[in-house]
Design a protein. Structure first.
Length: 385
């Protein structure tokens, strides 16, 4: 079997990394970038901070801040219009996964025609994506999706009415400015939800089907960093060491999940598009239930994760170590202030049949280590209530 691996992302990491913006932009021929962000990032002053950095570097930046928390196709269309109005020649994505995903999608449609559903990963859309897209600099303000180093964008499309994954190596940002100082003081709830996203990415990537020992090694280390540092980051928002480790864990998760994800993400995506819940938060709630579902075929790999996380019980049998891991994930939720059930977030049980149908349409479960049926999805949702 032939396997193909790729780890080309350029990362500038550490406190103060955003001060490299001008130098990185010039290296890529960007003098008129479109800064893509969301209203929350703009309201807290981070967008103005980056615009000021751009001005100091002699860049004539335009601002687009109309990105929804769960981005939709309209955000991409309006971002493209802003790109053209500004006569832009590159994109700076600033924010969490939503803003970075829209930034990637905007650069895609600069040179690739709508509709976006033709690029759907489940339809082998990557074959239609070429390399001739504008350069992008990604600046994350959360430690969750790792979209700053990822090669996918996730947008709710009108044609599918679901979170649709568009995946191509060409979508990978040219450089990520990973500055943990931008996450200092992030509210505990957002810290927790995004951090659970990072943890889930690493765990699901390690358990995913497929041969990718490079991703496996990264996922184990990323999971360790996440489980050990997320509580610290939540309870002390100014702990720069914990914030740095969580930002690294997020990037490691995004690198690792090029191998694949699993049923957690297929279950979580409809909860964003239908119930409008925060993606990372729902990942965290669903994760222990899917781990229990997968342990039938994944106990050895669950033990690997428990060992990497240095959990009590990890040195026992595979079954004992798997139990230790699942127990630790369950206990993490109240520890970081996240409800343990979907019902606590206001989701109605009446939505379960529709959610399960959409979960089966999502491609992520195809790499889950244990095959999933629609009945399995219904049962997993029920357990999470």
């Amino acid at each position: 079997m032939i396997s193909r691996f790729s780890f080309p992302t350029r990362i500038v990491f550490g406190p103060g990394a955003v001060r490299e913006l001008g130098n990185e932009a010039r290296q890529r021929g960007i003098t008129r970038p479109l800064l893509v962000t969301d209203r929350g990032v703009a309201a807290c002053g981070l967008a103005e901070q980056i615009l000021a950095e751009a001005r100091r570097a002699g860049l004539a930046a335009s601002l687009f801040e109309d990105v929804d928390p769960n981005p939709v196709e309209k955000n991409v269309q309006e971002g493209l219009e802003a790109y053209r109005r500004g006569n832009c020649e590159g994109v700076i994505g600033l924010g969490g996964g939503s803003a970075l995903d829209v930034a990637k999608a905007v650069r895609l449609v600069v040179t690739h025609p709508f509709p976006l559903e033709q690029y759907d990963d489940i339809l082998d859309g990557a074959a239609r994506i070429r390399a001739n897209i504008p350069p992008m600099i990604a600046i994350a303000t959360t430690a969750g999706t790792g979209s700053e180093v990822g090669r996918s964008t996730v947008i709710i499309l009108e044609a599918t009415d679901r979170k649709t994954v568009i995946f191509s190596p060409h979508l990978m940002p040219n450089v990520a400015l990973a500055d943990p100082e931008l996450t200092l003081g992030m509210p505990p709830k957002i810290t927790a939800g995004t951090g659970l996203d990072a943890l889930t990415h690493n765990v699901e990537a390690y358990l995913a089907l497929g041969y990718h020992p490079l991703c496996d090694a990264i996922a184990l280390q990323g999971a360790r960093l996440a489980i050990q540092n997320l509580p610290r980051a939540v309870h002390n928002g100014n702990d720069l060491d914990a914030r740095s480790n969580m930002m690294m864990a997020a990037m490691m998760g995004a690198v690792a999940f090029q191998k694949g994800l699993g049923a957690v993400h297929s279950l979580a995506h409809p909860l964003s598009s239908i119930a409008h819940l925060h993606h990372g938060t729902t990942n965290g709630i669903l994760l222990p239930h899917v781990l229990e579902f997968n342990r039938l075929v994944s106990e050895v790999r669950l033990r690997d994760l428990a060992v990497a996380m240095e959990l009590d019980g990890a040195q026992g049998s595979a079954s004992e170590a798997a139990t230790a891991l699942i127990t630790r994930v369950r206990r993490l939720l109240p520890e970081v202030g996240i409800p343990e059930t979907l019902g606590a977030l206001g989701v109605s049980r009446d939505l379960i049949p529709l959610l399960a149908k959409k979960a089966m349409e999502d491609a992520c479960h195809q790499s889950n280590p244990r095959p999933c049926t629609e009945a399995d999805m219904i049962a997993l949702y029920e357990k999470a209530f």
